[in-house]
Design a protein around this ligand. Structure first.
Ligand SMILES: Cc1cc2nc3c(=O)[nH]c(=O)nc-3n(C[C@H](O)[C@H](O)[C@H](O)COP(=O)(O)O)c2cc1C
Length: 187
């Protein structure tokens, strides 16, 4: 059994939709269980009992949501100190308004979260460009759902972006299954 934890923060529901789509992608793989939780609900036990973690955040001021960062600093710092997550797989996704038509800081938000995963010794699952609908909802780092149109009116994340989230969830789950119970790192 492969256990995947999907974590998100969301004010207006866009990142939550992406989290739910990613969870559907996880469930598409046989022999999998998925837990979907908001960042503020997550415990250290949720992390340590998982084989893989998918973390989603709205883009806030070109970085991750404060609730996600709070979880990193409070829940994950102990796991980092104790090397609890080494060798498990991890991936990210973001939702942003996209002001300026260049992602509005989404890459920075993704990279900040991926940096945290690297600190935790986790194996990062990227989003290859051959992934279906990548051109409508992807970056190399993970799925990106733009929630505003070019006039910055909120239109919500697209079905294509949600489809990319599903694929990302499936990819990460396959990676987690392949890496399960393997000792990769040695002191
Ligand atoms: C405090 C705050 C800061 C934001 N900063 C950015 C930003 O830097 N770049 C961006 O593209 N969108 C920004 N947004 C827009 C949100 O990222 C966007 O609306 C997102 O889809 C919200 O996700 P949610 O529905 O899951 O809350 C910001 C929104 C808020 C509330």
């Amino acid at each position: 059994m492969t256990k995947i934890l999907v974590i998100y923060a969301s004010d207006y529901g866009n990142t939550e939709k992406m989290a739910r789509a990613a969870a559907e992608g996880v469930e598409a793989v046989d022999g999998t269980t998925v837990t979907v939780k908001q960042a503020e609900e997550v415990t250290a036990g949720d992390w340590t009992t998982s084989d893989g973690v998918l973390l989603g955040s709205p883009v806030h001021m070109g970085s991750m949501d404060w609730r996600v960062k709070k979880m990193i600093d409070t829940v994950c710092s102990g796991l980092w100190m104790q090397d609890k997550m080494n060798g498990k797989v991890a991936g990210v996704f973001t939702s942003g308004g996209g002001f300026g038509n260049a992602g509005g800081g989404t890459e920075l938000a993704m990279l900040a979260m991926l940096n945290n995963f690297a600190e935790l010794g986790m194996l990062i699952v990227p989003l290859p460009k051959m992934t279906g609908d990548y051109k409508h909802g992807g970056l190399h780092w993970g799925p990106y759902g733009r929630s505003a149109d070019s006039n910055m009116e909120n239109v919500g994340v697209s079905e294509e972006a949600l489809a990319v989230c599903r694929r990302h969830g499936t990819h990460l789950t396959r990676a987690a299954a392949a890496m399960q119970n393997r000792d990769i790192f040695a002191p």
